[in-house]
Design a protein around this ligand. Structure first.
Ligand SMILES: Nc1ncnc2c1ncn2[C@@H]1O[C@H](COP(=O)(O)OP(=O)(O)O)[C@@H](O)[C@H]1O
Ligand SMILES: [Mg+2]
Length: 278
């Protein structure tokens, strides 16, 4: 889709073939705090294939954000190994292997939509014409063509979040890491954005790692659902979805959907995930 610079070295070598997008083996992560250590991740194993849509679900504190931050090289593990596109998280970060979308859109209010999206490209030093061309392409992917000149405060919350998705895609990363991107939005908007996100995923072939609190959202979006539990943060179940990749919202009324949602719920219950929360 995008023209890429000629690539050499270990990152380029690992990119070819069937190298998984993410390989996590025996990962532990302990935060040393003033009083007691916090076991944020305990014995985590996970492989994510190229082009998968993986959701992470579990209550607050089960290590979902920590796991994404480990993959993004924003947090170091205390044990085990992590490979992203076949290389270390640091090498993958330097190769701009991923875009990151946070729960809050984190847009600059004084920059237009266009100039929010082109910011990473300015930092990369791309020429202006190239920056604009790429911004237009990603705005089309999030169905916001024509909104280039608007400012973030002129847009709804859902539109702002689509701008932040476009920004994360602007440099054409292979992975998109999304940490509860639609958590603050109401259910009707969220349904709509979920359909758009699936469409974007199918059109781009990106690998998506998506954190959510919502069982229907996880089941609707994913090819693989990772159920997590806190204290210590760990994986309770990994569910490979039997739903077809091409799906519409009405798939939520099928027995297959209900069966997967049931298994997610059982996993959460087995992990006593919500004992402290309900
Ligand atoms: N920098 C940090 N220092 C100490 N504890 C942390 C830090 N970051 C996260 N934690 C703790 O690690 C656990 C997992 O946190 P987090 O990954 O944010 O969970 P989630 O995203 O699933 O809500 C929580 O108990 C949290 O309080
Ligand atoms: Mg979190």
């Amino acid at each position: 889709m995008e023209e890429r610079k000629a690539e050499t070295g270990p990152v380029a070598a690992a990119k070819g073939g069937a190298t998984p997008a993410v390989e996590i083996a025996g990962v532990n992560l302990v935060f040393q705090t003033a009083d007691t250590p916090v076991y944020a991740l305990s014995d985590v194993d996970l492989t994510v294939g190229r082009g998968e849509f993986v959701s992470f679900i579990g209550p607050s504190g089960c290590g979902k954000t920590t796991l994404l931050r480990v993959i993004a090289d924003l947090q170091q593990v205390t044990g085990g190994s992590v490979r992203v596109n076949g290389v270390s998280p640091q090498a993958a970060r330097l190769d701009r292997a991923y875009g990151y979308v946070f729960q809050a859109p984190a847009l600059y209010p004084w920059r237009s939509v266009l100039r929010n999206i082109t910011l990473p490209l300015e930092i990369m030093g791309l020429p202006k014409a190239e920056r604009s061309a790429r911004a237009k392409r990603v705005l089309d992917l999030v169905n916001l063509s024509g909104f280039e000149k608007k400012f973030p405060w002129q847009l709804s919350g859902g539109m702002q979040q689509r701008v932040s998705i476009a920004r994360a895609l602007s440099f054409d990363p292979e992975l998109l890491l999304m940490d509860e991107p639609f958590g603050a939005l109401d259910e009707i908007i969220r349904d709509h954005l979920n359909e758009q996100l699936l469409d974007l995923w199918r059109r781009t072939g990106k690998t998506l790692l998506f954190v959510t609190h919502s069982i229907p959202e996880a089941v609707f979006l994913s090819t693989k659902i990772v159920v997590m539990s806190p204290r210590p943060g760990r994986i309770i179940d990994v569910i490979d979805s039997s739903l077809p990749r091409d799906r519409r919202l009405d798939i939520r009324e099928t027995p297959e959907f209900a069966a997967i949602a049931h298994r997610v719920r059982e996993g959460l219950r087995a992990g006593h995930s919500y004992d402290d929360h309900v």
